[in-house]
Design a protein around this ligand. Structure first.
Ligand code: S6P
Ligand code: ZN
Length: 188
């Protein structure tokens, strides 16, 4: 018989995304994302783009995995700082994002290239249905912090996005954040 997990509680700092106790933190610098921005050579430094603080549980379909993401403000050329973005390995696994601080856009796309862009800001919960890849983008000038919850066996498929990209990219058009067609997007 599977043994039960013990109940636990975690404290979340909504401004920084830090957890207490903090367990598993993954940092992504610009150099970790060589194929994600249209013009990665637009910067010659290697800023920290985002950090993910994960509350680990066994990766089974009966557990809920959750994490905070702290996505820093900044740009690479005209593109705002963003996460790598992924499909779930188990494609039908859905996810909920709840924003705690900052202002962002959540770009979602199906494998057929259907795309949706939703606002992220404190008080908004975004529902990412199964089958939709997802990437968050910080369009403000302070950290975008959100809490994500999903079925723990979902896994992440990063390769599909690295190869094909998203159908749109979010750029600073001069009059604010704008979704424009991604010239490098390739349909399956
Ligand atoms: C996991 C969930 C988030 C992201 C995080 C970083 O399914 O969607 O916790 O992992 O926002 O994004 P990425 O695309 O680098 O995993
Ligand atoms: Zn996800």
């Amino acid at each position: 018989m599977t043994s039960l997990l013990n109940p636990f509680s975690v404290s979340i700092d909504p401004r920084s995304g830090d957890l207490a106790p903090d367990r598993n933190v993954q940092e992504r610098h610009l150099s970790d994302m060589p194929r994600h921005y249209l013009d990665a050579s637009a910067r010659d430094d290697d800023p920290l783009v985002y950090a993910v603080h994960q509350i680990d549980v066994p990766a089974t379909s009966s557990n809920l995995l959750s994490s905070t993401t702290t996505l820093y403000p900044g740009k690479v050329g005209l593109e705002y700082f963003m996460t790598k973005g992924h499909f779930h390995k188990v494609r039908d696994r859905a996810e909920i994002y709840y924003s705690l601080a900052g202002e962002g856009r959540l770009v979602m796309a199906t494998e057929e290239g259907e795309v949706r862009v939703e606002e992220m800001r404190p008080g908004i919960a975004n529902y990412v249905p199964g089958g939709w890849s997802h990437r968050s983008v910080n369009v403000g000038d302070s950290p975008l912090v959100f809490y994500a919850i999903y079925i723990a066996d979902a896994g992440q498929d990063y390769a599909t996005i690295e190869d094909k990209g998203f159908p749109v990219v979010i750029v600073d058009s001069g009059s604010g954040p704008t979704a424009v067609e991604n010239p490098r997007f390739s349909r399956s």
